[in-house]
Design a protein around this ligand. Sequence first.
Ligand code: PAF
Length: 281
Amino acid sequence: MLLQNIKETRLYLKEQKRLGKSIGLVPTMGYLHEGHLSLIKKAKDENNIVVVTIFVNPIQFGPNDDFEKYPRDLKRDYNLALNAGADLIFNPSVEEMYPEKSKSFVVVQELTDNLCGLSRPGHFQGVTTVVSKLFNIIPADRAYFGLKDAQQVAVITQMVKDLNFDIEIVPCPIIREEDGLALSSRNVYLNSNERQSALLLSQSLCKAEELIKMGENNAEKIVDSIIASLERDSNCNIEYVKIVDFNTLKDLKILKNKFLIALAVKIGKTRLIDNIVMEVD
Ligand code: PAF
């Protein structure tokens, strides 16, 4: 079923809750790939009803970002989502979600000060605001998010805790192509030459993992090795390469406990992110 109206969506889902059904929510911006489909399948395994939202949220894009040209194909997404187990696709228009200029926003502090929060001012405020709106429209028991956006997962988990949303956040592993490229809706922008360059993201993270397994624990040295791998390719324009504590997302000097190695790189005009999570004693 496809619904584009908030009132109808609320009515339908209220009735489902009254019937005792559990609801799993998979928020997306559409142009679904296997990563999204893995979230939908997991949601289906763990809930009676799965709602997939498809909404390209204008307020999480900066003025020079790709909001206008972000790939959209509702018919394709609708079929893919249904085949993966979705029961309802909620696809509101921008006017339905933002009928007037909002005066209220949701802000998560500190966790948004580093990584993508540094290079994309206002992005996470846009994400947490729209996700809060979706949580208020859809009475979900669980919401599923991919760890490719590890900072997004951390920020939303904190928001849910701080604001007492009655919903469980379920982080799900990154899904990669066979050659290592992390799946992203933005991969469609890459030409074949750029796609080859994009492999350097996961390859440089794998090399860093090897260095760490061999005993290197100096964050700067590991970051430098990743930067050196990426800089060898003229298509790569590094936005950041960082090693941060997994819980606080603050930069680490010496690796300890659980940490995230995260990077954002422009390949031609396409901004890609990738990361790995590791733990040392
Ligand atoms: O990860 C995304 O696709 C978006 O940031 C989200 C969570 C759907 C909010 O617009």
